[in-house]
Design a binder for this molecule. Sequence first.
Ligand code: NAD
Length: 379
Amino acid sequence: MSILDISALPKENSSMATIAVLPGDGIGPEVTAQAVKVLAVTAEVFGLQLQFDRALIGGQAIDETGESLPAETEALCKRSAAVLLGAVGGPKWDNPDAETRPEQGLLKLRFGLGLYANLRPVKPSRFLRSASVIKEEVLEGVDLIVVRELTGGLYFGQPSRIWQSDDHWQAVDTLSYTEGEINRILHKAFQIATSRKRKVTSVDKQNVLSTSRLWRRLATQMASSYSSVTLEHLLVDACSMHLVTKPSTFDVIVTENMFGDILTDEASVLAGSLGMLPSASLGEGGIGLYEPIHGSAPDIAGTDKANPIGTILSGAMLLRYTLQQEAAAQAVEKAVESVLERGYRTVDIRQPGTTLVGTAEMGDLVSAAVRASSGAAGK
Ligand code: NAD
């Protein structure tokens, strides 16, 4: 079953699909360049017509236009089939009193495109098991996906502000969800589970939060419409523990915005590095946004040390969900596995006996592996 309404999107080998590329800040330009390189080779091999149009977002956009999401960028994204994004932010724009912050651009883009469902698959490569701090036997069989609500909750609720009253400072954020917002993300999670291991873990904090009590009630109601899927409820604190003690017991984890943000950074430990994990953000509008789960990593920006695999695998998700090119998506995923199997590593996943490569070389190796696999398949 499709998890995205793709009726308006290009079908097999049809007309040109425009991909808006928003490199952003820090390592964003380095990692998106590698994903574009791999997508371009994959398009050539599979006879797809892709056009890559670049635009500004985040800190770089603030510097050049004063806006974190210039109107031109938003317009490009809205007329594209998909958006490929690097990351935004960095110390240069960290002034908490600044009126415009890089992250606002990304939140506005997600909201403007109606991208309420953020999919974050975690399936550690078998060649990286020893790169994780988690014991290898715990990683055996891990194949889960976190479905994170992306346009509601604390990151969007109003009021949200800091103010001074009398002799002290105060601040408020608002956690608010409607029935409709919760039901549409639950639907997405249950739909995804039907084509996987048919288990949904709904994560909340119902012992403390009213929004979580509503979430749990709606999840229980929804389960009756998906009789083939098993539903379990888990408190977010227990879930954070189970993610590292028995991660192979999960299939689909569905949760609200902030819990999902935190749990997926934790889940990246299973994959060996934050640099390994991709994501897709989907809605009803047909445009998908694809980005690695990591940030702009200013500590390694410009040093050719960033791991581009999370962004390259985000490109594979773009091929799968927006362009409906399953074979091409799998070709990219297999190419990444083959490069890891042959022992090539960026510094974040380096192990004894492996060959250290930089960001650009990793992109070249994956591109070459896509091309080689097509030759092997006689294309
Ligand atoms: P981060 O994800 O940028 O980095 C955390 C650590 O992981 C750093 O040590 C970094 O070097 C490392 N790392 C991250 N990606 C890597 C990669 N591909 N290869 C190798 N190592 C990698 O998180 P942070 O340091 O907390 O935030 C830095 C900036 O990024 C902040 O301005 C933050 O607001 C922003 N940020 C943006 C996004 C986004 O654009 N979606 C997400 C998270 C953080």
